[in-house]
Design a protein around this ligand. Structure first.
Ligand SMILES: Cc1cc2nc3c(=O)[nH]c(=O)nc-3n(C[C@H](O)[C@H](O)[C@H](O)COP(=O)(O)OP(=O)(O)OC[C@H]3O[C@@H](n4cnc5c(N)ncnc54)[C@H](O)[C@@H]3O)c2cc1C
Length: 401
């Protein structure tokens, strides 16, 4: 950093915590603008797992500007359609026009497995971006010129700025802004995701089931050339459940206890769960904060403003926000206070709308559950309103930086 002018530039060291979606996208843009970028990720390598996520609206534009749009299209899941079944597996209806996870099949949006997206975004950046896997920040101490960061494994290092892109249970947020309980809003639903063999013989197809009354529901979709399926099962719990977010085995026991004895293919899906290495369970929750930055530390994506998978927009927000944060840092000519304020200004309304969308979607799913999955249930009431989502998503206009 040029200390005379305060300009951020070629010598500016920026640490990003988290290498999922927001982290790698930000690393790309910061590196492209000439900043020195280091990414610390808790997992020993790029994490596997996660359902299909959606890249829409401004995130498509960002992907194009990154030169990865074709790469993403080549890896999109390309479903043919979906069906819904009752507890005996009897089909209640099917469609080849839409799916629950991705909306309209002929839309421009890209539905892609979370880990594939993560890999493509990380692969876009130059080798200059340094990744520290299997590590985590333990302390952040800010002074006039920068931030002294202490790691669990690596030696302490100084950075000019720190970005927390470490998800719903952000470590950076906890260290700098305070306990998670100050910011998290549970939505009463838990969602688990894992991989199973394609024992149902699905051909680019999704099958969903929801217990009447809506206490739990979920489905499977075939992916990766029908060689495997991603499962997701969710259940309702009015009270937040206490569990260790890093202990997958304990989470599996929790899910099995909730879903044991249920119909459809649940017993077989649970059998495969015990050996699944990519098992992931989390609360559908949102993060609400008055400010996304404090001094030289700023939050990105789920860490600062998670909208929950119910919004269907976490990925799009993280990618678009990464572009804006990097762009504002460049545009502010080195004043991180100005840049962080501009980043919030550009995104606040958009985030609020997307967070609201999660509640709209949840209400629609609950209305459908109340109809108790009758054979005459209209598909339109069983899936979120993707047109409403599309209008909101399209409302963010990206600047050129
Ligand atoms: C394993 C996994 C599965 C997911 N599955 C789905 C899904 O099925 N559907 C869906 O809609 N969304 C899912 N998500 C969330 C989705 O990726 C985000 O909503 C969205 O893409 C925003 O991404 P993000 O980069 O802000 O946060 P996340 O994608 O949550 O990424 C946070 C990253 O930070 C890392 N991290 C956590 N703690 C630390 C730490 N102490 N130090 C360093 N790094 C840390 C995590 O390992 C992860 O790589 C999943 C996330 C993960 C990590």
């Amino acid at each position: 950093m040029d200390t005379a002018t305060g300009n951020l530039g070629i010598d500016t060291d920026i640490l990003i915590s988290g290498a999922s979606i927001g982290g790698p996208a930000l690393a790309y843009w910061l590196d492209r603008y000439g900043f020195n970028v280091t990414v610390v990720e808790l997992a020993p390598r790029m994490r596997v797992g996660g359902q299909a996520v959606d890249v829409r609206g401004p995130a498509l534009e960002v992907a194009e500007r990154m030169g990865v749009l074709d790469g993403l299209r080549a890896r999109q899941v390309q479903m043919r359609g979906m069906s819904m079944v009752d507890g005996d597996g009897t089909e209640l209806f099917r469609t080849t026009e839409r799916t629950i996870t991705g909306g309209d099949i002929d839309s421009e949006d890209i539905e892609i497995l979370r880990d594939d997206l993560s890999e493509v975004l990380a692969g876009a950046a130059d080798d200059r971006v340094e990744y520290l896997f299997g590590d985590s920040i333990t302390a952040v101490q800010e002074d006039e010129d920068g931030v002294l960061v202490t790691f669990r494994n690596h030696a302490p290092r100084r950075f000019h700025l720190v970005v927390g892109a470490d998800g719903l249970h952000s470590n950076t947020r906890r260290l700098v802004f305070g306990p998670e309980s100050d910011f998290i809003r549970h939505m009463g639903t838990y969602l688990s995701v894992w991989t199973v063999p394609n024992f149902l013989g699905l051909d680019r197809w999704q099958v969903f089931h929801q217990v009447p009354g809506g206490t739990w529901g979920g489905g499977v979709m075939s992916v990766r050339g029908n060689t495997e399926c991603r499962v997701y099962l969710g259940f309702e719990s009015a009270e937040p459940i206490e569990y260790d977010h890093r202990d997958a085995e304990a989470q599996k026991r929790l899910l099995a206890a909730r879903l044991g004895g249920l119909g459809w293919e649940i017993p077989r899906l649970l059998e495969h769960m015990w050996t699944a290495e990519d098992f992931h369970l989390d609360s559908m929750a949102q993060i609400k904060m008055d400010s996304w930055s404090r001094g030289r530390v700023v939050l990105l994506g789920d860490a600062g403003y998670c909208a929950s998978p119910l919004s269907g927009q976490g990925t799009t927000m993280a990618i678009a926000a990464a572009y804006i944060l990097a762009g504002e840092l460049k545009a502010a000519g080195g004043d991180h206070v100005v840049a962080f304020a501009a980043y919030e200004e550009a995104l606040r309304k958009y985030v609020a709308q997307n967070q609201e969308l999660a509640y709209t979607n949840k209400a629609r799913v609950e209305a459908q559950a109340a109809a108790e999955m009758g054979a005459d249930t209209e598909l339109d009431t069983a899936v979120p309103d993707f047109q409403e989502a599309a209008d909101i998503i399209g409302s963010l206009v990206l600047k050129d930086y």
